[in-house]
Design a protein around this ligand. Structure first.
Ligand SMILES: *Cc1c(COP(=O)(O)O)cnc(C)c1O
Length: 351
């Protein structure tokens, strides 16, 4: 496969203009991207080429019908300068699950994995080595095929673009438990990383921000009585010493960080529960002091601790803990990701 990837190198690298000691998150891009087109019913030869704008017909279906999906993953450097990926096949499988739901063709494992590895080799110098930094990787697929009729396109583009990124600091996150809007519904596309899911989150999130919160806690669309996700992250709630997360479903994204944290927590002897979490139970626990922690889990921030939440005009603060589950679990997972400790799970892939 690697012999079938065409490589067009950039004339002059942009790397000297980047301050690797002050990297933002996801807004500085590496020299190259991988691009592969689907046409005449088949994926064409993948090309690694300079990161550059793409030109599309105004009638491309991506603009009108939103056939667009993505993934988020990271590459890390260890102390020996090896490049590592974390459970990348899970991202590939999930991209294809999203593709199926949005009527986008399946991307073969070879194009995804060999294309990604070849891209990481070409842009090897762009993978940050500083503590907490990583190369954020954004694979995505969308409809380029044209026509104003509402039907799946016949042409698509798969791109992998990368961004050297510093640690994702959300700060002290104050969240609002949502009672009106929903990010997903039964039978819908909530489990897919479909672009439109995020567009639909922006407005309710802005309303929460206008009230002084940073983020929305999504509840089930039917009753708004059960906690589902924290913004675009999975949610964990610690009541006393039990760590609870909602079960994945049509509405809840099957996060790779979520399932890794569950495994690591169980193996560290932390009591875990995967079950529906009612808003009433969390409010009650906050009132009687049993609510110890809430945090979001996802690739970008790994773990994003929540400092407090609002619900029905009341605000509840969470305690500041010395040795929080959030801090312990974040260290364990990032140590595995960056090859600082053994990986008993086989999650790391050397590039
Ligand atoms: C991507 C995403 C997550 C986290 O998934 P990871 O695989 O851990 O990055 C959780 N919820 C939503 C809605 C997401 O889009």
């Amino acid at each position: 496969m690697s012999s079938q990837i065409e490589i067009q190198r950039i004339e002059k690298s942009k790397i000297a203009s980047v301050d690797f000691n002050n990297l933002p998150f996801g807004s500085v891009y590496s020299d190259h991207m991988l691009e592969c087109n689907f046409k005449n019913g088949a994926w064409q030869t993948p090309v690694i080429k300079p990161f550059s704008p793409i030109s599309l017909d105004p009638s491309s279906k991506i603009f009108h019908y939103g056939q667009s999906i993505f993934e988020g993953m990271k590459a890390y450097k260890d102390a020996e300068n090896n490049t590592l990926l974390f459970r990348p096949l899970d991202n590939w499988k999930r991209l294809n699950k999203s593709a199926e739901r949005l009527m986008i063709p399946q991307i073969p494992e070879e194009i995804f994995m060999e294309g990604l590895k070849a891209l990481l080799k070409v842009d090897n110098d762009w993978i940050p080595t500083n503590e907490g930094s990583s190369l954020y990787i954004r694979p995505f697929m969308f409809a380029t095929g044209s026509g104003f009729h509402a039907s799946p396109a016949n042409e698509y583009k798969f791109i992998i673009a990368t961004a050297p990124s510093g640690a994702y600091f959300a700060g002290k996150v104050k969240v609002l438990i949502e009672e009106k809007y929903a990010r997903a519904a039964n039978g819908g596309v909530g489990y897919a990383k479909a672009g439109g899911n995020y567009a639909a989150q922006f407005y309710p999130t802005q309303l929460a921000m206008d009230k002084g919160y940073n983020q929305v806690i999504w509840t089930d669309d039917n009753t708004h009585q059960f906690i589902e996700e924290a913004g675009a992250m999975n949610i964990f709630i610690r009541i006393n010493d039990t760590l609870i997360t909602s079960p994945t479903s049509d509405r809840i994204l099957d996060g790779i960080t979520r399932k890794s944290i569950l495994q690591i927590a169980e193996d560290a002897g932390i009591q875990t529960e995967v079950r529906k979490i009612s808003v009433g139970e969390v409010v009650e626990a906050a009132k009687n002091g049993n609510l110890k922690e809430m945090f979001g889990a996802g690739t970008a921030a790994v773990i994003s601790p929540i400092a407090g939440f609002g619900y029905q005009e009341n605000d509840y603060e969470l305690p500041v803990l010395e040795n929080s589950f959030a801090a312990q679990l974040k260290k364990k997972i990032t140590d595995i990701q960056t090859n600082k400790v053994a990986d008993p799970y086989g999650w790391r892939i050397f590039v």
